[in-house]
Design a protein around this ligand. Structure first.
Ligand code: SAM
Length: 247
């Protein structure tokens, strides 16, 4: 079992990124829009961290199981569930297999800002397809792979125009950069091309039905003005249309 370094930064992540309620996260309304109606749905919050998304889904009527590999954020999630119960069950497990979860038990899986933190995409999306009922849905958000790579950044020209700068798009795999203030600077991330994401999902029996690239206008939680020019985050809704390959 690989060890996630989110154990080391759980407190920092909660303070800086774990916006509670998650509906105040500038990117989350676009995730919510692709998730849609949750009443009575059995939903897995995959790589749930300290449970801000799990709690939101449960508050909107879903029966939620939150799964994460890291014990520290999960302990925070469980503690919060004890003090303010929402009926969320938390489970420690590896998204790259979901060994403790039976087949076809969920109507939907949500994976918010986490696929780029998970080392292996193929076993992860196969596991998602396996635990979904036929025609079940999968909504995920990721750092937009076209605008986040190891050397990505931004420059502002003399006339005040800000440009996103990107290189090494074709270099897949783990990267970490001291230039980055967020999780890619602390724990790193795994880069994959857009083609790899879509093709790996399709091969696992998950068909992409909708994409969303939220445009952020300035506000208190918007860190960089450049995100009104290019998208920081990519969100997708997929449907289980095929039988996932074994393994
Ligand atoms: C950026 S946090 C996002 C947490 C939460 N979804 C949210 O929106 O606040 C990424 C999470 O992915 C988890 N993670 C990384 N690798 C994992 C794996 N193989 N299986 C399950 N969770 C994993 C980390 O422990 C961390 O909690």
């Amino acid at each position: 079992v690989s060890v996630s370094t989110y154990d080391d930064i759980a407190e920092w992540y909660r303070e800086n990124y774990g916006v509670e309620p998650v509906s105040e996260d500038p990117f989350f309304p676009a995730v919510q829009a692709l998730v849609g109606d949750l009443a009575g749905q059995r939903v897995c919050d995959l790589a749930c961290g300290e449970g801000r998304v799990s709690r939101h889904l449960a508050a909107h009527g879903a029966r939620v199981v939150g799964v994460d590999l890291s014990g520290s954020p999960l302990a925070m999630a469980a503690e919060r569930e004890r003090s303010e119960p929402r009926g969320v069950a938390y489970l420690r497990g590896d998204a790259q297999g979901l060994a403790a979860v039976r087949d076809a038990v969920f109507d939907g899986v949500v994976c918010n800002m986490s696929l780029m933190d998970i080392a292996e995409l193929t076993p992860t999306v196969r596991a998602v397809a396996r635990v979904l009922r036929p025609a079940g849905w999968f909504v995920f958000s990721i750092l937009h792979p076209c605008y986040h790579t190891r050397p990505s950044g931004q420059i502002t020209t003399a006339d005040g125009t800000t440009f996103r700068t990107v290189s090494e798009y074709f270099t897949e795999g783990f990267w970490r950069s001291d230039e980055r203030p967020g999780p890619p600077g602390r724990v790193g991330a795994y880069h994959r091309t857009l083609a790899t994401y879509v093709n790996t999902l399709t091969d696992a029996g998950l068909t992409v039905e909708r994409l969303s690239e939220p445009r952020l206008t300035s506000g208190p939680r918007v860190r960089l003005a450049v995100w009104s020019e290019v998208p920081a985050v990519l969100i997708a809704r997929c449907r289980r249309t095929g039988v996932p390959p074994a393994g």
